[in-house]
Design a protein. Sequence first.
Length: 206
Amino acid sequence: MARYFDVHPQDPQPRSIGQVVAMLQDDALIAYPTDSCYAFGASMDSATAVERIRRIRRLDNKHHFTLVCADFAQLGQFVQLDNSAFRAIKAATPGAYTFILPATKEVPRRLSHEKKRTVGVRIPEHPVTRALVRELGEPLLSSTLLMPDHDEPMTEGWQIKEELEHLVDAVVDAGDCGTDPTTVVDWSEGYPEVVRVGAGDPSRFE
């Protein structure tokens, strides 16, 4: 049975954030809000999260997981950036974008693309997400909360709790945060290619 946390969307309660992070550090899988839509989240060190998310969403080994970072300094530890990528991505963050880039050795192999050794990274604008990542002290392993039989992500915390309470360990409810996932920009070949149009304006990368 998932624990339910009702948190303020702009000023999340530190006690609730601390309790959720303690669960993450104990291998929990959570559902949490972002600036684009709800997502699954776990610690990078979780031994079970990747397989749990793959099983819930019915994903194959080609799926790009995302590392949700607190700031640009943290993001730079986990992906390789040339000057043009650095400038463009820094100008677009925080925001509703996911960038696919070559992973550094800091990224566990199980979290990167099996063949390309790439990983998704993003810096969100949502206060709850930022509070969780700051308290955790490392990126949050993440994947859009889009179920295989749904056309759009679920938007209500109570609905997520009702449908997923036996699949996740905690639900962090900060109200409706929309149904648009992030805009995904693949920069792994040295230039930007928009591979999914979502909440972030794609025109700056086209």
